[in-house]
Design a protein around this ligand. Structure first.
Ligand SMILES: [Fe+2]
Ligand SMILES: [Fe+2]
Length: 272
């Protein structure tokens, strides 16, 4: 019975943890065969402005998720959060492997020290993933068709994107489970924390976009090459489709990220 799952119950916890653990894909970064690129593709790859940000984010996310795993009292929750931390560290290793293979030079900056409160750091970073992943789903779909970089390379990121889908699915259920555990009088404070985490992520990405717009190596021409003939509305619709395709693969009784898709649907109604 689809309607019988109570959010916050043991059955809920087992369902969202098992949905995460049982869909883990084992692979070794060292064995990934990076495709050979022609000189033009390699040049385009090197002009992309987000390598440094991506590597810093993955590295910091791994550390915060692993720290949260150490706080989980429940063995199943601890196993699931630790597995997510492992996957994030693997994303970081995969990016480093790609950068080294294609000789993409970046000057990685040390991640800013995270909040001292481990669970707040985890929530902040996971809200970041909820926001970023929604748009990354659309961007990967665009990249498959744009020819900006060869399809063989874009396809290497397909399993990573699905891992991010699993991460945000796990997080919203972890949060729902935690919320249900709290006495009613403490829930408004949690809701305020959630809102703050999302606002901080929006602000952080506005800063990222400003940095990209000032990047002389990544001109408007480069941007148009990645996003050919797509209006903002069409791009949001693509993100929504991809979001449904990726998250629709899992048990319908689980909670889904709502905030960003709801805002995107609202924007689609007003944008032309
Ligand atoms: Fe990641
Ligand atoms: Fe993730």
């Amino acid at each position: 019975m689809l309607s019988s799952l109570i959010i916050g119950s043991q059955a809920h916890k087992e369902l969202f943890c098992r949905a995460f653990i049982d869909t883990h894909a084992p692979y070794d970064v060292a064995t990934i065969p990076w495709p050979t690129l022609d000189a033009a593709s390699l040049d385009r790859l090197r002009t992309l402005p987000f390598w440094e940000e991506a590597l810093t984010t993955e590295h910091a996310t791994a550390a915060k998720v692993q720290a949260q795993a150490g706080l989980e009292q429940d063995a199943l929750l601890r196993e699931a959060v630790a597995l997510q931390g492992y996957e994030e560290a693997r994303h970081s290793a995969l990016l480093r492997s790609l950068l080294a293979h294609y000789d993409i030079q970046i000057s990685p900056h040390p991640p800013a020290p995270g909040p001292k409160n481990t669970t707040w750091a985890f929530m902040r970073t996971e809200y970041g993933e909820c926001f970023d992943s929604f748009f990354a789903f659309g961007l990967l779909a665009v990249a498959k068709d744009s020819g900006f970089v060869p399809r063989a390379l874009v396809d290497r990121f397909e399993p990573i994107m699905q891992e991010e889908a699993r991460h945000i699915l796990f997080f919203v259920n972890w949060l729902g489970y935690r919320r249900a555990e709290l006495p009613v009088w403490r829930r408004p404070a949690l809701a305020a924390q959630c809102m703050m985490a999302m606002l901080l992520q929006v602000w952080s990405r506005i800063q990222t976009a400003r940095g990209v717009s000032q990047n002389e190596n990544f001109t408007l021409k480069g941007h148009e090459a990645i996003m050919p003939d797509l209006s903002p509305r069409e791009f949001l619709q693509l993100c929504l489709q991809e979001n449904e395709r990726r998250l629709g693969q899992y048990d319908r009784r689980l909670l889904r990220p709502q905030l960003v898709p709801t805002i995107a649907k609202g924007l689609c109604r007003v944008l032309r």
